[in-house]
Design a protein around this ligand. Structure first.
Ligand SMILES: [Zn+2]
Ligand SMILES: [Zn+2]
Length: 193
């Protein structure tokens, strides 16, 4: 499966997809919303402020081109490392060192809805609905619920057992240092808080 920015200059590939993904998830949290506002890409949020993500393992990612366009943003000194590209201002991925989890936004997958439906089926869980704009779809967890945890638990456990958090192409060999210096921002408006 390919990963691309909007203009196509950044290009990566996911090995072992769709095997190694927990599927389509939607997060309505204030950080995800604040981040897209910061990038001035709120056009990528859904009608309720949600971001659809399709996670993969860091060790399954191979960057093919456009590495020089990567920027790294953190919303706080302890926040996730959120990578985007300067060529077309597209969000690419969110990660934390040591976690077998790389959150790719739906927009980074250059496939149409039909292909996605055929490969992964419908959205499997919606979380952090307390920060949603208006009323999110029925079944959205207020924060996290057991169903949401159970949706991703097998993926997380397998990732820990198989040590899929590294090597990550977004971190140096130590697994801790991001390949571009992160910029810490807290200018983004928090909505729905
Ligand atoms: Zn681009
Ligand atoms: Zn979120």
């Amino acid at each position: 499966m390919d990963i691309q920015c909007e203009c196509g200059q950044f290009h990566a590939r996911l090995k072992a997809f769709p095997r190694n993904t927990p599927g389509r998830l939607v997060c309505y949290c204030d950080d995800c919303q604040a981040y897209l506002h910061h990038l001035k890409r709120n056009d990528l949020l859904d009608a309720h402020g949600g971001t659809e993500v399709i996670p993969a393992y860091p060790a399954d990612i191979e960057i093919l081109s456009g590495r020089e366009h990567l920027k790294c943003t953190r919303l706080s000194p302890k926040g996730a490392f959120r990578f985007s590209v300067s060529c077309c201002n597209s969000p690419i991925v969110g990660l934390r060192p040591g976690m077998p989890w790389a959150s790719f936004p739906r927009s980074a997958y250059p496939v149409d809805e039909q292909q996605l439906d055929q490969t992964l089926g419908p959205v499997r869980s919606r979380v952090m609905g307390r920060y949603a704009q208006g009323t999110p779809p029925a079944g959205t967890a207020d924060k996290l619920n057991l169903k949401a945890v159970m949706t991703v638990l097998p993926f997380m456990l397998k990732g820990v057992l198989l040590k899929k958090s590294r090597p990550s192409p977004f971190f140096a060999e130590d697994g801790l240092t991001p390949i571009v210096m992160p910029q810490i921002v807290n200018d983004a408006p928090r909505q729905g808080v």
